[in-house]
Ligand binder design. Structure first.
Ligand code: GAR
Length: 193
């Protein structure tokens, strides 16, 4: 798994792993101080850091990250609050096996500020999208979605909190099903099994 931040999504996946069809084989981050790395270590999961500042170029960083990921031979590369764009080379190495969760109903509000963008737009419903990662920003085929109503008094924190309450079980279920049932992608349509 790859994570940049607090790792609450990662924690949900770690907590559910014993009763699920997947194992978390390693957790990597671009941020050496990410709380996600502590959570992984506490769960006894190997960790690695691949900071942008350790590589002279972005391409070299992607190459280094791909090497670290490959060492652990994952079946799926699961991004959980990993706030970096992965290069075409990285995605080719793990073709069709990189998954992300995004706190909005894609294709609305892609990018790093999805919750704030949805509030600023004034939508009445936002939500979560679990999707495969392609070369675009949050443009890959959709695996699962769930809606979260926006309340009149919502601010970014309150809406993000309710979105994450829906996101964690949705992501756990999606990863569990991908691992247990497999999947097919026809055009943009993802089906389990
Ligand atoms: C999650 O809500 C995830 O959807 C979002 O970051 C949060 C990570 O929280 N990802 C993105 O916005 C990706 N564009 P966490 O660090 O507590 O797991």
């Amino acid at each position: 798994m790859l994570a940049s931040g607090s790792g609450s999504t990662l924690q949900a996946l770690l907590d559910a792993a014993p009763a699920s069809s997947y194992d978390v084989v390693a957790v990597g981050s671009d941020k050496p101080a990410a709380r996600a790395l502590e959570r992984a270590a506490q769960a006894g999961v190997p960790t690695f850091t691949c900071a942008l500042s350790d590589s002279p170029t972005r391409d070299q960083w992607n190459f280094a990250l791909a090497g670290e990921v490959e060492r652990h031979a994952p079946d799926l590369v699961v991004c959980a609050g990993f706030m970096r764009i992965l290069s075409a080379d990285f995605l080719t190495r793990f073709a069709g096996r990189v998954v992300n969760t995004h706190p909005a109903l894609l294709p609305s509000f892609p990018g790093a500020h999805a919750v704030a963008d949805a509030l600023a737009y004034g939508v009445r419903v936002s939500g979560v999208t679990v999707h495969f990662v392609d070369e675009g920003v949050d443009t890959g085929p959709v695996i699962a979605q769930a809606a979260v109503p926006v309340r009149d008094d919502d601010d970014e924190l309150s809406l993000q909190t309710r979105i994450q309450d829906v996101e964690r079980p949705l992501y756990v279920e999606a990863i569990d099903r991908l691992a247990r049932e497999g999947w097919t992608v026809q055009g943009r349509t993802v089906r389990f099994g």
